[in-house]
Design a protein around this ligand. Structure first.
Ligand SMILES: Cc1cc2nc3c(=O)[nH]c(=O)nc-3n(C[C@H](O)[C@H](O)[C@H](O)COP(=O)(O)O)c2cc1C
Length: 202
């Protein structure tokens, strides 16, 4: 049997270490999934370049494979690229935030996640969808940022009006959204992980 390839990773950072392994470094199997989730960062500056349909579809599909309470698939993902609708959403979110800036950081694509108001696990379900899509986006070289206030947005008449224009009639609660696009510049460094984040009872 072939010996699996090993590579060197700095524990907690997920970037290849330089040269020889230092004392505190932990050698793990080269695992692209772990690397992807450790190197994803919230991106807050985007190029105007639009996300290609093929990549968009892969990200949306990844969202649909998120776990959901009782497997009920309560969320609905709305992908918005039409510039007028993107602007309307930015205005509505800014209104909830009482701000004049664009809460979606001028990203060319917005992915809204709402979930059936009838499901008790709607927030958890929608959150899993959002995380799946952020990780999928990162794996495809795209940047994303979770943007808040969708619950309030879709409680407002303007938000309800948008849903009805998009042909959505079932009662949905906003969970969150992603700003999505090509990052303009380097991703920020992650903050160190807090003390006591993990408790092991072994
Ligand atoms: C529930 C939730 C709401 C968030 N809302 C916003 C937001 O409205 N605007 C924003 O810029 N970032 C928002 N973020 C992104 C966080 O600020 C970000 O994840 C955090 O600072 C850690 O950075 P990282 O994602 O690069 O690891 C949100 C994240 C979560 C999970």
């Amino acid at each position: 049997m072939k010996t699996p390839k090993r590579s060197r990773w700095v524990s907690g950072i997920g970037v290849p270490s330089e040269g020889r392994i230092r004392k505190k470094e932990v050698v793990v199997m080269n695992n692209p999934v772990l690397e992807n989730l450790k190197t994803r960062r919230s991106i807050r500056k985007y190029l105007p370049r639009q996300v290609e349909p093929e990549k968009l579809d892969l990200i949306l599909e990844a969202g649909t494979y998120a776990p959901t309470g009782m497997g009920m698939q309560s969320p609905v993902i709305i992908a918005v690229q039409d510039p007028q609708s993107v602007q309307k959403l930015a205005k509505l979110n800014a209104k909830v935030m009482n701000s004049s800036s664009n809460p979606y950081y001028d990203a060319p694509t917005i992915l809204l996640v709402l979930a059936s108001s009838q499901r008790g696990t709607r927030v958890e379900d929608g959150s899993c969808v959002l995380e799946n899509m952020m990780l999928a986006a990162h794996s495809l070289g795209l940047g994303s940022c979770w943007i808040h206030r969708e619950r309030e947005m879709f409680e407002l008449p303007e938000g309800k009006e948008l849903l009805s224009q998009w042909g959505i009639t079932e009662p949905l609660t906003g969970v969150g959204a992603l700003a999505l696009g090509y990052p303009d510049g380097d991703a920020p460094q992650p903050k160190p992980r807090k003390e006591g984040y993990i408790v092991k009872v072994l």
